[in-house]
Write a protein that binds this ligand. Structure first.
Ligand code: HEM
Length: 107
């Protein structure tokens, strides 16, 4: 759905100060997000994650549609102590759009 992806690209501007996607993406304040949809949490090489993120990763957290919605709606509610300083996306349609956009970037 091209409209959804265009909306997702727009929403991603809220993430882009900290997260990169695409061919030349590198870790910054946050980990690069290529291939993040469907990937195990805490799996990006060279990024220093918080302890709570690594704890949830070791319990088996995978970034699928449901967990991404929950995290992005309220990062610090979903993951107490995360170092992702972002208030969240309260609108479900914005979350759905950015998740669809992220899914277009392969690992
Ligand atoms: C972690 C997505 C906004 C900083 C993550 C992770 C995802 C994500 C999926 C987990 C990555 C993994 O497990 O490998 C997003 C999206 C955003 C957004 C879609 C916008 C809607 C931001 C912003 C910042 C930020 C604005 C900086 C102010 C971080 C940091 C982590 C992280 C530091 C690591 C968290 C930890 O180790 O506890 N983000 N993020 N993110 N993000 Fe974001």
């Amino acid at each position: 759905d091209p409209t959804l992806l265009a909306e997702g690209e727009k929403v991603f501007k809220k993430c882009a100060a900290c997260h990169k996607v695409g061919d030349d993406a590198k870790n910054g304040t946050g980990p690069l997000l290529n291939g993040i949809v469907g990937r195990a949490a805490g799996d990006i090489e060279g990024f220093k994650y918080s302890k709570p993120l690594l704890a949830m990763a070791s319990e088996g957290l995978v970034w699928d549609d449901a967990s991404l919605h929950a995290f992005l709606e309220n990062p610090k509610g979903f993951m107490k102590g995360t170092k992702m300083s972002f208030a969240g996306l309260k609108k479900e349609d914005e979350r759905a759009a950015v998740i669809a956009y992220l899914a277009t970037f392969a690992k």
